[in-house]
Design a protein. Structure first.
Length: 390
């Protein structure tokens, strides 16, 4: 009778042990599952953090970056690429041709497939304003040499190209402006040496011409130095409160002989306003504008300087003439270096072609802006703003 009891006890013990073991196993399984979930969540967060860091890094690049898969479809495009090509839609999964519509890029990708790397490839992008882009491209290869995709880096060369054209135009203009008076001086000196110096009337006339052209060279060099200093920021401005009316009086007084020769009336219509400015540089601005108004205005005309307070505490100054005016297409360019509305007339009347460029830079160094308005046959008005003071 003892064996059945022992058997029952043994089975009960086994069932108890199995239940405890099962409970322990389930707890261990649940713990493992929780740890696995935690591990997966940490991995997910870490991957998201790495992706965010990568996107931040790529979007902070100045150069446009594009990554293509082995089929030539876009996997990644950074912000600089989208800004450069003004792309506003999601480009992932599309081909380069679908996104940019530039057939030259198909040839570039074919070159990359053959050569594995293409450097300094230049692409012209049309539109409202033509742009130049430099592209460096390379194939992404696996350890066995199999193609894994293509990476392209885009660098905007537009600004550099514009600066290069500006430099070339500047050198060409300076060379031309220097060559003309130098050629005249050289020609008259050679004529004098060949015997013209023995004729008093001829020699005096020639020497006057030489003197006039040497002054023209001097003015050109001085203006070049001034504009170079202004553009480089080496000019120190002595800002102070400047009363406009007496300053305009002094400028007009300096130009009375020039105005008298053309029978031009000069008028100071400036009220009792003061500006924060460098008085000498402001006098230079007004001198250039008044001088131009007399020079290019009509004979027996009128040149008037006025000023008024405008919003924001600024003072707007205007120099106006009643001459033939400036064509509409020239208004945006009159402040460029060496730009002349009427080249023949401008050179005939003298001047370096830098006066208005100097005006623009001086005003901008004061924190102001400058512009011109005109209607053909109704004169021209040049405006600039300066900070006002009480």
């Amino acid at each position: 009778m003892l064996w059945p009891i022992l058997t029952i006890l043994a089975v009960a013990a086994l069932l108890f042990v199995n239940a405890r073991w099962r409970q322990a196993f389930l707890r261990l399984q649940a713990q493992s599952r929780a740890e696995l979930d935690q591990f997966k969540e940490r991995q997910r967060l870490q991957a998201a953090q790495i992706q965010t860091q990568q996107e931040t890094l790529l979007n902070s690049m100045v150069e446009g970056l594009l990554l293509l898969d082995p089929q030539g479809r876009i996997e990644l495009a950074n912000r600089a690429f989208r800004d450069l090509f003004e792309v506003t839609t999601d480009v992932r999964g599309k081909t380069l041709l679908e996104v940019l519509r530039q057939h030259e890029l198909t040839g570039l990708l074919n070159r990359v497939a053959l050569e594995k790397q293409v450097r300094d490839y230049e692409l012209k992008i049309g539109g409202l304003a033509e742009r130049s882009v430099q592209i460096n491209a390379a194939a992404i290869l696996a350890s066995d040499g199999a193609g894994q995709g293509t990476i392209l880096v885009f660098h905007d060369l537009t600004r550099l190209k514009q600066l290069e054209r500006t430099r070339e135009e500047f050198v060409a203009n300076v060379s031309h402006e220097l060559r003309t008076p130098l050629s005249l001086i050289k020609g008259y000196v050679e004529t004098l040496l060949d015997g013209a110096k023995d004729n008093p009337e001829v020699s005096v006339k020639f020497l006057q011409t030489i003197h006039r052209n040497s002054e023209r060279l001097q003015f050109l060099i001085e203006d070049l130095l001034i504009i170079s200093e202004l553009e480089s920021g080496r000019v120190t401005m002595n800002f102070q409160a400047v009363h406009l009316h007496p300053l305009v009086d002094r400028v007009l007084e300096d130009f009375k002989p020039q105005a008298k020769s053309k029978r031009v009336t000069l008028t100071n219509g400036v009220p009792g306003l003061s500006v924060g400015a460098d008085a000498d540089r402001l006098q230079q601005v007004l001198g250039n504008l008044v001088g131009n108004a007399i020079k290019y205005g009509r004979a027996e005309g009128r040149v008037e300087v006025t000023a008024r307070a405008v919003d924001g505490g600024a003072i707007e100054v205007c120099v106006r003439d009643d001459g033939p005016g400036i064509p509409a297409e020239a208004l945006e360019r009159v402040f460029e270096r060496f730009y002349r509305v009427d080249k023949a007339r401008s050179r005939e009347q003298g001047g370096t072609g830098l006066g208005l460029a100097i005006v623009k830079h001086i005003v901008q160094n004061h924190g102001g802006k400058v512009w011109a308005k005109s209607e053909p046959g109704k004169g021209a008005a040049f405006f600039f703003t300066l900070p006002g003071v009480e």
